[in-house]
Write a protein that binds this ligand. Structure first.
Ligand SMILES: Cc1ncc(COP(=O)(O)O)c(C=O)c1O
Length: 419
């Protein structure tokens, strides 16, 4: 790109490059990039909101686990440490990321399975036969929609769909209109997977409670990108994945949050030995373990929990407030470059302009964007995500993404549009 090359807003490529350099220099979290594998290569990774980069320490942590714990302690490892890991890491996650007091968060299953168990547990907690509706929205992640459709079929319930603006997300007003005396449970994502819209979690939780219903939040795109407070607004249930901003690795297990006030009567649908009171009694009949432990079903995925611990340590050190501040600066810069380079080429910002309504990613729509566009970008070591029907999603993971990396990626997207 020539340094004299101008765009329609009059900002030169050189000015944007100097600005990216300046933002990198002023970035208080910049040093954390060194903690991740691959950040010293020329690749532009704009998909850390789908699969986070690995931490350098993870290789050592996994090797030590194999050698000392699995290899050294063998089956004794379960009693000595592993059985407690889902709760111990859950508590750290609650403290560092979720605004959740201890004893309410646990690592288990996949997000899909956890959400299924939570929605069923929420339905069991409602105990009012007149409340036979589930509220959800058309822009939620597919798995959320599918699993609620399945539960509605199983339980003979009615679905009430909110239809949000695809470039924004569900509002408090829409929830107030949809939820009423027939509503049992509302399932929503705090950050919309496509637009990146950040929902008003306290406002919507209050609206659901005012309607006499319970709320289940999907935090997949918010855990590790925005400050979350689950206890403050008295959220009922929440779930999320750990392979995005928490860098747990491909297929690392999910987390579940159950508000302490629901725990004494928690009734989740997959009764397995690990969720039973004294699993090794092997006795007849299921009696749930007390507290959040009763949410477990089968053997916890210990291996899958090793990597996320490193990120939780980093988050506790850096603080979610500082991470959110950098996340806002990253998306603001991405929008600035979008305005300068992509809008003049006919692209639309399919994400909120108001930073207060934005999570950690933005989506850019253009009729010419196809899966092949993103494949070509990947071949050139620029890695965003394709989102149907014609969106490129630019995900900015605050601990591992630099401003220069954003500029490099956006420049490559512009080149694809220029043909
Ligand atoms: C918002 C959201 N919900 C749910 C899921 C599904 O998670 P899992 O595949 O772990 O079940 C994802 C996966 O990317 C997601 O982004």
């Amino acid at each position: 790109m020539s340094i004299h090359q101008e765009n329609h807003t009059g900002v030169t490529a050189e000015q944007l490059r100097r600005r990216a350099d300046e933002l990198d220099r002023r970035d208080a979290l910049a040093h954390y990039r060194d903690a991740f594998i691959g950040t010293d290569t020329p690749l532009s990774y704009l998909d850390g909101n789908s699969l986070g980069r690995p931490l350098k320490r993870t290789a050592g942590d996994v090797a030590a686990f194999i050698r000392d714990e699995w290899g050294g302690r063998l089956i004794r490892g379960w009693d000595e440490q592993w059985l407690n890991m889902p709760q111990a890491i859950g508590d750290q996650l609650g403290r560092a990321v979720l605004g959740a007091a201890p004893g309410q968060t646990i690592i288990a299953d996949s997000t899909t399975v956890v959400l299924y168990k939570l929605v069923r547990a929420a339905l069991a907690a409602v105990q009012d036969p007149d409340r036979n509706e589930l509220v959800l929205d058309t822009e939620n992640f597919p798995t959320d929609r599918y699993l609620v459709e399945g539960i509605a079929l199983e339980e003979g319930l009615t679905l009430r769909w909110i239809e949000p603006d695809p470039a924004a997300g569900v509002t408090v007003e829409q929830v107030r209109q949809a939820a009423g005396p027939r509503t049992a449970v509302v399932l929503l994502s705090q950050i919309a997977y496509r637009s990146g819209h950040l929902a008003d979690l306290p406002g919507i939780t209050a609206a659901v409670h005012d309607a006499g219903a319970l709320v289940v939040w999907d935090l997949c795109h918010s855990a590790g990108s925005v400050e979350i407070d689950l206890d403050g607004p008295d959220v009922d249930f929440a779930a999320g994945c750990t392979y995005k901003y928490l860098n747990g690795g491909p297929g690392s297990p999910a987390f579940a949050y159950v508000n302490a006030r629901h725990l004494p009567s928690l009734n989740q649908p997959i009764w397995g030995w690990m969720g039973r009171k004294d699993a090794f009694e092997m006795a007849a009949g299921y009696q749930p373990a007390s507290g959040i432990r009763g949410f477990l079903s089968g053997t916890p995925a210990i291996f899958g929990m090793l990597a996320m611990q490193g990120t939780l340590d980093l988050i506790e050190e850096a603080s979610m407030a500082a991470i959110r501040e950098k996340s806002l600066a990253l998306t603001a810069f991405a929008v600035e470059v979008f305005d300068a380079w992509l809008a003049p080429l006919g692209a639309d910002l399919a994400s909120p302009r108001d930073p207060g309504e934005r999570g950690g990613h933005i989506t850019v729509d253009h009729p010419d964007f196809t899966k092949a566009t993103v494949e070509a970008l990947w071949e050139g070591d620029v890695i965003p995500d394709f989102r149907s029907p014609h969106g490129i999603r630019v995900g900015l993971s605050p601990l591992s993404t630099s401003f220069s990396e954003v500029l490099q990626g956006m420049a490559a997207i512009r080149e694809r549009l220029q043909g």
